[in-house]
Design a protein around this ligand. Structure first.
Ligand SMILES: C[S@@+](CC[C@H](N)C(=O)[O-])C[C@H]1O[C@@H](n2cnc3c(N)ncnc32)[C@H](O)[C@@H]1O
Ligand SMILES: Nc1nc2[nH]cc(C(=O)O)c2c(=O)[nH]1
Ligand code: SF4
Ligand SMILES: [Mg+2]
Length: 236
């Protein structure tokens, strides 16, 4: 649905990493606050292009030249697409490191081949319900693989109920590197100074909760860095 970059990864375990993005269409969720809802709510239908893996690779090179070594695949939910294996094979052949963003609701065999895999289960404010049997199954598969791959959990927090949910997830999977991310509750504004100051306030609030919480120790707290730099701009 979108191919863009080079930019920086604004979220999670490899925040700051120079990367290209490939964004797939379609999601099995419909989060109330989704900042990429055009991938699944019909509003971005005209942007959907069926592409072969070779065509995606050509477009990445057209945009990024030889100036990138990392590609992040997001969506929508990229884990809906079994055939992404062909793209992943091409990226590997070309020594490109691969990141994936998914919510942990679906398994694909190619998840074994992702260098930096972010699993982002959704808290109550999203309106979605986590199927913990699917999530546990994903972690079990990845754990048995035991290779060079890195997996992390990243949970977006909008309120205290979300925070409690995030803690429960962390306690369930204590060995998975755990990230909390500030929720953006104004995903349409173009008033960047106002949005940025609001998001920084929310980030500060989330940090304060963690500082005061003796039960939550091994955690990293991050904002969406791209939102602080570019606001709600798409394709960055
Ligand atoms: C758009 S999603 C696409 C990948 C996948 N469907 C998922 O949710 O993980 C990419 C990341 O953006 C996060 N996200 C979406 N809307 C957000 C918002 N309003 N504020 C903060 N993070 C948001 C998601 O939680 C997810 O971690
Ligand atoms: N710069 C930048 N970083 C991101 N990290 C996750 C993103 C996403 O939408 O999945 C994203 C995005 O859209 N842009
Ligand atoms: S799972 Fe991801 S892409 Fe799907 S609706 Fe939620 S935030 Fe948006
Ligand atoms: Mg995004």
């Amino acid at each position: 649905m979108e191919i863009f970059g080079p930019t920086i990864q604004g979220e999670g375990m490899v925040v700051g990493q120079k990367t290209m993005f490939v964004r797939t269409a379609g999601c099995d969720y419909s989060c109330s606050w989704c900042d990429s809802s055009f991938t699944w709510d019909g509003s971005g239908k005209h942007l959907i292009v069926q592409m072969t893996a070779e065509e995606i690779w050509s477009e990445l090179k057209r945009l990024g030249g030889s100036g990138f070594s990392f590609v992040t695949i997001s969506g929508g939910n990229p884990a809906l697409l079994r055939n992404l294996d062909a793209l992943i094979a091409i990226l590997k052949e070309n020594n490109i490191k691969i990141g994936v963003e998914t919510q942990g609701s679906r398994w694909q065999e190619w998840l074994y081949d992702i260098d930096e895999l972010t699993i982002s289960p959704k808290p109550p404010s999203s309106g979605m319900t986590t199927d913990f049997s699917v999530l546990s199954d994903i972690f079990e598969k990845l754990n048995n693989q035991n290779n060079e791959q890195h997996t992390s959990l990243k949970i977006v927090v909008f309120n205290q109920v979300d925070y409690d949910y995030a803690k429960q997830v962390h306690l369930r999977y204590p060995t998975i590197p755990f990230y909390l991310q500030t929720g953006n509750d104004d995903i349409t504004t173009t008033d960047n100074p106002q949005l940025i100051s609001r998001l920084l306030g929310k980030y500060q609030e989330l940090i304060d909760w963690v500082i005061e919480d003796e039960e939550l120790r091994d955690v990293k707290v991050l904002p969406q860095l791209h939102a602080l730099v570019w606001g709600n701009k798409r394709g960055v």
